[in-house]
Design a protein around this ligand. Structure first.
Ligand code: FES
Ligand SMILES: [Fe+2]
Length: 362
């Protein structure tokens, strides 16, 4: 396998290190490509992974399956076709394909003369998401599915979010990992400063831990619910004792917050799935689990405010990572001056675990 290996200092500024924005995601993992609710029974859905068009098919009975979204006859998308039992029938001349991708019927040909079929992708459905394995199908069974925040856990309520972002997936990993960008969110969160507590790294992960110090007294309600109240009822400042951990465990990312008693208050899982072949556009699939407070209905009461709050934060992040991508495009390469070691470790991880892209350059 042609993986890139960085052994020595893991410094992405060394000559000979590939430009990270030309490194492709390793396809030998399970990637979400749609939400379960987007694909109704008896219907198809067009989706993609890194420029590969994929048709998801949900028969009225049985599991979802995933085929190359191109009819073997004239390459018309199969997602425009019709579901018939355990097969999908192309909309043009009616060729039909089973879940293995094999062509099982050409209405105007004898059964003995059927042509070859289309590519099939290993496919699974879990936690309200449909996953495919875009890499070597022989590896699919040996690669574990990710743990999806706290979906289905009655002690948590989980919110789904899935925006499309016009940037390379690596900018998204860096954005969440580098909590020193809270300045960007000052209008949503007030004046808050991240304090770096420490880091860990291993073969397939980089982790950073932070606490937050508030430098003004204004704390929005939704933020108080996620990060904990930092004032008592009389408005007196309380010390911030929650620890925020961000971890990229290739290829996924997770952020979780533990309170001073060690209880998990919030758990975010996210995957950034390349959309275009050059991987400079992505779709995020995120699951945000928030622990239900002692008064259970409180969470339902504040849930809409929480949605608005997290959407606004994400909008700010989206805008800024897209600007980073535009700068990369305009300059034709990465001219970053990174000063935070965690980000350099993260870059080394993403380079080491990724694949040289079609435009690979150093
Ligand atoms: S293009 Fe699909 S059947 Fe002809
Ligand atoms: Fe952010």
């Amino acid at each position: 396998m042609d993986q890139i290996t960085l052994t020595e200092h893991e410094d992405d500024t060394r000559p000979g290190t590939p430009d990270l924005r030309t490194v492709d995601c390793d396809p030998d993992f399970w990637y979400p490509v749609a939400w379960s609710h987007e694909l109704k029974a008896g219907k198809t859905l067009a989706t993609r992974y890194a420029g590969q068009p994929i048709a998801l098919v949900r028969p009225t009975e049985g599991a979802v399956f995933a085929l190359e979204d191109r009819c073997a006859h004239r390459q018309v998308p199969l997602s425009k076709g019709t579901v018939k039992g355990q097969s999908v029938q192309c909309c043009y001349h009616g060729w039909a394909y089973g879940r293995s991708g094999r062509c099982i019927d050409v209405p105007y040909l004898g059964k003995g003369k059927l042509p070859n079929g289309v590519r099939t992708y290993p496919c699974r459905e879990e936690g309200g998401l449909i996953f495919v394995f875009p890499g070597d199908p022989a590896l699919a069974d040996s690669v574990p599915m990710p743990r999806l925040a706290h979906v289905g856990d009655p002690e948590y309520r989980t919110r789904q979010f899935g925006p499309r972002v016009a940037c390379h997936y690596t900018f998204m990993h860096e954005n969440l990992m580098d909590m020193n960008h809270q300045f960007l969110h000052r209008r949503q969160m007030g004046q808050i400063r991240a304090r770096f507590l420490g880091q860990d790294r291993g073969e397939n992960f980089v982790e950073a831990r932070y606490s937050f110090a508030r430098t003004d007294t204004h704390q929005p309600l939704a933020e108080a619910l996620i990060f904990g109240r930092h004032r008592d009822l009389k408005g007196k400042e309380q010390p911030v004792e929650e620890v925020v951990t961000v971890r990229t465990e290739y290829p996924y990312q997770r952020l979780w917050i533990v309170d001073k008693d060690g209880d998990l208050m919030m758990d975010l899982w996210v995957a950034y799935v390349p959309q275009s072949a050059d991987q400079r556009t992505s779709r995020a699939f995120g699951l945000l689990s928030v622990r239900r407070p002692k008064i259970p209905f409180l969470i339902d009461l504040i849930w809409p405010a929480l949605a608005v709050f997290t959407n606004r934060i994400f909008e700010e992040d989206r805008e800024v990572v897209e600007l980073e991508q535009l700068a990369w495009d305009a300059q034709g390469g990465d001219r970053n001056r990174e000063v935070f070691p965690v980000v350099n470790h993260l870059r080394a991880l993403l380079t080491r675990c990724g694949r040289p892209g079609r435009n690979a350059r150093t």
